[in-house]
Structure formats: structure tokens, C-alpha cells
Design a protein around this ligand. Structure first.
Ligand code: NAP
Length: 295
């Protein structure tokens, strides 16, 4: 496809997409490549990264796409990834990072603690985006109109979270843990904008809707797989949320709006809990503590 046929010309822009080996992340990486951006995809498995890159090049032969491998379940790996991204930016002689898409996400159906002692769903879905964003802040601040986009979910509605129990819940429920992580994504984006008002980057949370991906089949048991098989069929193609991600990343209208939460390329009201500034501050402080960052 010709760049002239694309809605956005992102030539000269550098974009990082985590979880770019499948589903929404892969489709987003493809769309960014189609628009001429230089894309750094992140995956947790070398072979899947190689395969994902080849599939993009098959559709966009001129794509500027490379992949980095990191398992975002570990803060040590997130820190190493940030250094690798900085080296990649230097190699490309890039003046900074224009877009960070925190898309990698997981659903697990049993209580698992990471090497950092954090419940795994919260570690991958919330702590990794929080930490990676902080570590890449100088590179993003160096670019005008840069944006941090974190993929949340409509499952954040009807959920509350206790910041003191962010590390691990008193009573574990897999769906609850997932909802908590997605509520934390919206709270993080809102608090980020309060702390960086009028500065670059701006933070956004994207609700992809129900999407036909394999997220519910990865490392889950028979019941979770059965439930996801039923739900998955009602999901939209991953290209639909990918176009919202592209819109939020590239369209001037996204920056003109004050909205944090976006669905189908339009602002949407997040839940009451997600709009609570005291809760957002408390979650930020606890996340910083758990990531060993200054508050
Ligand atoms: N599907 C839906 O209906 C839906 C609805 C709302 C929100 N979301 C959110 O959308 C995002 C993308 O999900 P998806 O539906 O596209 O699922 P997916 O196809 O399973 O994609 C998830 C991506 O994250 C990667 N990933 C998972 N755990 C990781 C880890 N520990 N370290 C590094 N990468 C990791 C996966 O790698 P592998 O390829 O190696 O598995 C994959 O690239 C997630 O944040 C999810 O919560 C999805």
C-alpha cells in the first residue's frame, strides 16, 4: 500500500509497541509500519518475534521494523528492555521516542507471584507499563506531541481497587485481578497527565472492546479456555482497536481533547473509580514504591 493512501504520514516518527507478536499489538505495529513510522516491536519469545516481523514485511516490504525480546513479568527485564530501546534509538540516530504503546497483556487463572513478589496479572498489565513509561520519559519528553498509550479494557468498569493490596490481593480471583489491572491502566494515564500537564508526552488509555484474539488460551486451564472460546467469537477483528490506537497516536484531535479514555476513536467516560484523583495518586505512589522509583 502506498503512503499516499494512508490517513497519517508517520515518516520520521519512532513507535514502540509492546506485545507486538499477536492480536491487537501485531495489528497496531502493522498499521504504524503502513504509515511509514519506524517501529520497535516487543515480544517475549524470539521465534514469535521473528515470525511477527516476517508477517509484517510480507504485507509492507518497505517497513522499518525491528523486534526486541523481553518478558515483562519481571522488573529486571523491563529495565533491560528500556536500555535496549535507548540503544535502538541511538542506532537509528533518533532524536527521541514519539509513541509508546503499552499493549502487552495477560490473563492468568491462578495466583502466581512474580520474582518481584507481585501478582502476575498486575505485574504484566500495570507495573510493566508504569515502569517502562517512567524509564523512557526523557526520550519521550524530547519529542513534541509524544504520546503514551496504554491498552485498558471495559472490564475496568464495576471494579474497585485497594492500593495497599496492589502487590497481591487478600483473596485471589482471576477475573478480579484482571479488572484491577485494567482499572490501574486508566488511573495511571489520568495521574500521568495531572503530573505532566501541558508537557510532552500525553497519556491515553484505549478500550479495545471485545476482540477476537487468543489472550484467553495462553497458560490458562480448561474452564478459562472454554469461557474464552465462547466470548472470543463475539469479538471484533484486532484491526478495529488498532485503528483507534493509530488515531490516538497520530490524530491532532486526540491532543486537542482533554479525554484520557478512548473507544472506537472517540472519548468515552471511564468508571467513577477510574476518575477518582485520590485513588489515582495512591495507586501511583504504591506503584512507584513497588518499582523502587521515587514517588
Ligand atoms: N482481546 C480482548 O477482548 C481484549 C479486551 C480488552 C483489553 N484487551 C487488552 O489488549 C491487550 C492485547 O491483548 P490481545 O487481546 O491482543 O491478546 P494477545 O493476542 O494474547 O496479545 C498479547 C500480547 O502480549 C504479549 N505478552 C503477554 N505476556 C507477556 C509478557 N509477560 N511479556 C511480554 N509480552 C507479553 C503476548 O506475547 P505472545 O504472542 O508471546 O503471547 C502478545 O504479544 C492486552 O493488554 C489486553 O488486556 C484485550
Amino acid at each position: 500500500m502506498n503512503l499516499m493512501e494512508q490517513k497519517y504520514d508517520l515518516s520520521g516518527k519512532i513507535v514502540v509497541v509492546t506485545g507486538a507478536t499477536s492480536g491487537i499489538g501485531w495489528h497496531s505495529a502493522l498499521e504504524f509500519c503502513r504509515c511509514g513510522a519506524s517501529v520497535i516491536g516487543v515480544g517475549r519469545n524470539e521465534d514469535r518475534c521473528t515470525h511477527a516481523r516476517a508477517k509484517i514485511l510480507a504485507q509492507v516490504p518497505e517497513a522499518k521494523i525491528e523486534y526486541l525480546v523481553a518478558d515483562l513479568v519481571s522488573q529486571r527485564e523491563v529495565r533491560r528492555l528500556a536500555e535496549e530501546i535507548k540503544k535502538a534509538l541511538q542506532r537509528q540516530q533518533a532524536p527521541g521516542l514519539d509513541v509508546l504503546v503499552n499493549n502487552a497483556g495477560t490473563f492468568v487463572d491462578r495466583l502466581t507471584l512474580t520474582e518481584d513478589g507481585i501478582e502476575k496479572t498486575v505485574a504484566v498489565n500495570h507495573m510493566a507499563p508504569f515502569l517502562l513509561t517512567q524509564l523512557l520519559l526523557p526520550e519521550m519528553a524530547a519529542r513534541p506531541d509524544s504520546r503514551v498509550i496504554t491498552i485498558s479494557s471495559g472490564s475496568h468498569y464495576h471494579t474497585w481497587l485497594n492500593p495497599k493490596r496492589l502487590r497481591s490481593p487478600l483473596l485471589y480471583n482471576s477475573l478480579w485481578a484482571y479488572k484491577v489491572s485494567k482499572l490501574a491502566n486508566v488511573l495511571f494515564s489520568a495521574e500521568f497527565n495531572r503530573r505532566h500537564t501541558g508537557e510532552s508526552p500525553r497519556a491515553f488509555a484505549v478500550d479495545p472492546g471485545l476482540v477476537n484474539t487468543n489472550i484467553g488460551f495462553k497458560g490458562t486451564g480448561a474452564l478459562a479456555r472454554f469461557v474464552w472460546r465462547q466470548r472470543q467469537k463475539a469479538g471484533v477483528d484486532p484491526s478495529i482497536p488498532a485503528s483507534t490506537i493509530l488515531f490516538v497516536a497520530a490524530d491532532p484531535a486526540a491532543l486537542q481533547s482533554k479525554a484520557v479514555y478512548w473507544y472506537l476513536s472517540a472519548p468515552r467516560q471511564p468508571s467513577r473509580a477510574a476518575s477518582n484523583p485520590q485513588l489515582a495518586t495512591a495507586v501511583w505512589q504504591e506503584s512507584a514504591r513497588l518499582c523502587h522509583l521515587e514517588k
